[in-house]
Design a binder for this molecule. Structure first.
Ligand SMILES: [Zn+2]
Length: 288
């Protein structure tokens, strides 16, 4: 696990290096994190020609923003991303503009996305396999919910799932809480994705925010329960922002659920909990 030091803070956003003859970096962190990730890869002994793969769970900027810079720094790496995400990496203008609107005053945390040549990008379907070395392949599993094009990464050799944002966020010492930002969350699909991951009975499960959870099946069940509660509360409340925010808070009280003061402070700094109301309002409108 590599700490991408989002906003120069530890324990917010992780990337993962899967070692082998053809090493893979899973997640890049934000564009602003590219120097930290390059330092970590150098410290792991990877030279410019050594990285074979950059694998992305989805194209939100805290997960993919470093792609253009890292693809340039590691010219032999192929970028693997859901087919729906591929064009955004090759032509990032629309994604960057939409993200700037979502992140608002916190835009400087992320810093955009540099383009990646289309020829360097492999567009993945469900079940896409990434060979890392003899007997070691990463399998990309479609797990929509947090985003329509979200994929989780199964390292079959170790039974480890790198789950991106499929479960939500659990900062160090904090409780699990859902991450449901605009523009295309789907609460029903998200619950199906969590069931899919649970059916794998993973040995280990790591969140992008942040790191391995203590009990994968317990957290998958908890995340599913949280999405169910959010969906029920939202459906009853409707899309008016004040009523929706109050209903979500009643169903999933933010401070009581996250519980740890440092974790609550991190959530506030990045502003992701506030984005949930907009994300869920958009979902309700699409469901109508
Ligand atoms: Zn995300």
């Amino acid at each position: 696990m590599i700490d991408t030091l989002l906003g120069r803070r530890e324990g917010v956003t992780a990337a993962f290096l899967v070692t082998g003859e053809r090493p893979a970096l899973v997640e890049t962190g934000a564009r602003t994190s590219a120097p930290a990730v390059r330092r970590a890869l150098a410290a792991a002994g990877l030279g410019a020609g050594d990285l074979a793969w950059i694998v992305l769970t989805h194209v939100h900027l805290d997960h993919c923003g470093g792609t253009g810079i890292l693809a340039a720094a590691f010219p032999r790496a192929t970028v693997v991303v859901h087919r729906r995400g591929a064009r955004h990496l090759a032509e990032p203008q629309r994604l960057v503009a939409a993200s700037a609107a979502v992140y608002g005053p916190r835009w400087s945390l992320y810093g955009g996305l540099d383009r990646t040549a289309a020829g360097r990008i492999a567009a993945a379907e469900d079940g896409h396999r990434v060979p890392v070395g003899p007997g070691r392949e990463l399998v990309l599993l479609e797990t929509p919910g947090h985003a329509r094009h979200h994929m989780s990464v199964l390292d079959e050799a170790t039974g480890t799932v790198l789950a991106g944002d499929a479960l939500g966020v659990r900062f160090p010492r904090g409780g699990l809480y859902p991450a449901l930002p605009p523009p295309d969350i789907d609460l029903a699909a998200g619950r199906e994705s969590l069931a899919r991951l649970a059916a794998l009975s993973p040995e280990r499960l790591c969140l992008a925010h942040y790191g391995p959870v203590a009990d994968p099946l317990a957290d998958l069940a908890l995340a599913g329960d949280q999405l169910g509660r959010a969906a029920a509360a939202a459906t009853a409340a409707g899309t008016g922002r004040a009523a929706l925010g109050a209903a979500l808070e009643a169903a999933l009280p933010f401070e009581a659920t996250v519980a740890d003061p440092d974790a609550i402070a991190t959530w506030r700094r990045v502003g992701w909990a506030g984005a949930n109301v907009d994300g869920i309002a958009g979902w309700l409108e699409r469901e109508r």
